[in-house]
Design a binder for this molecule. Structure first.
Ligand SMILES: [Zn+2]
Length: 76
């Protein structure tokens, strides 16, 4: 199975469209949850609180995320 993983700069974190990221820091709107809309050289995520869409580098996402959740799939 081929998946789109973000492995630039040797970072091992895998980010996929549909993943929900819980951030270490809260967005000004009070939400700390982001939904991944698009991956690649830049990662597009939507704040689940206010719906704002922002672009992050994979490295930024790696640093800011506390937890990643994936619907419908378990990865042990
Ligand atoms: Zn927000």
């Amino acid at each position: 199975m081929s998946i789109f993983s973000t492995t630039c700069c040797g970072c091992e974190m895998e980010i996929r469209v549909g993943d929900r990221i819980t951030a270490k820091k809260k967005h000004p709107c009070g939400s700390d949850r982001w939904l991944v809309l698009r991956t690649g050289a830049e990662i597009r995520m939507k704040c689940e609180g206010c719906g704002r869409v922002a672009l992050f580098s994979p490295d930024e996402v790696k640093r800011m995320s506390k937890k990643t959740e994936r619907d419908g799939e378990r990865k042990d």
